[in-house]
Design a protein around this ligand. Structure first.
Ligand code: COA
Length: 147
């Protein structure tokens, strides 16, 4: 099992797209085939690989500098509840600290907010609807590491 940054349009990136489409988009009634993902060339892509080097979890960081945004965090259902999400996010945080970032923000699905809270993320403001379901803005200041 290992952490890796992904190159945009690499084979592993394409597997991460399938993972996101099947387990993040389709449960919300969305399909990536209708989406323009060309802007993702500007993002940083990260994955967790199983022992066969298959992508089993992934997430994206958009932006650069002090404040960056985490998006599209997903763990394959066969691997959920095994601390893969926690390990992936901790590695992403370390990576972004090394790049000089000081804060990660995200729009959490409310059903997943407890996951981020466990990792030290704080809620910011009221719930709102995004892609048809309740979300809440969350953030973590990276300089106070809990991992
Ligand atoms: C949410 C998700 C990324 C969590 O990843 P995971 O690998 O299953 O979580 P972990 O095993 O690393 O859990 C770490 C901790 O968070 C807790 N946790 C995980 N998911 C949770 C949830 N939905 N609500 C509350 N707590 C949660 C775990 O119980 C664990 O707590 P512990 O350390 O006290 O034992 C994953 O379940 C997932 O991909 N879900 C479907 C897609 C999704 O909701 N993505 C997030 C969109 S914002």
């Amino acid at each position: 099992m290992s952490f890796t940054p992904l190159t945009f349009h690499s084979e592993q990136y394409k597997i991460s797209l399938e993972l996101r489409n099947n387990h993040l988009w389709k449960p919300l009634g969305l399909d990536m085939k209708d989406a323009d993902l060309s802007n993702e060339k500007n993002d940083r892509h990260f994955a967790w690989l199983n022992d066969s080097d298959k992508v089993i979890a992934s997430a994206i960081i958009s932006g650069s500098g002090d404040i960056v945004k985490l998006r599209q965090m997903v763990v394959h259902p066969d691997y959920q509840g095994k601390k893969i999400g926690k390990k992936l996010l901790c590695k992403i945080e370390d990576f972004m600290i090394a790049k000089g970032s000081a804060r990660i923000e995200l729009h959490a699905q409310v059903q997943a907010a407890g996951f981020y809270s466990k990792l030290g993320y704080k809620k910011d403001g009221e719930e709102f609807i995004e892609v048809g379901i309740p979300h809440i803005k969350m953030f973590r200041n990276l300089l106070c590491s809990t991992c």
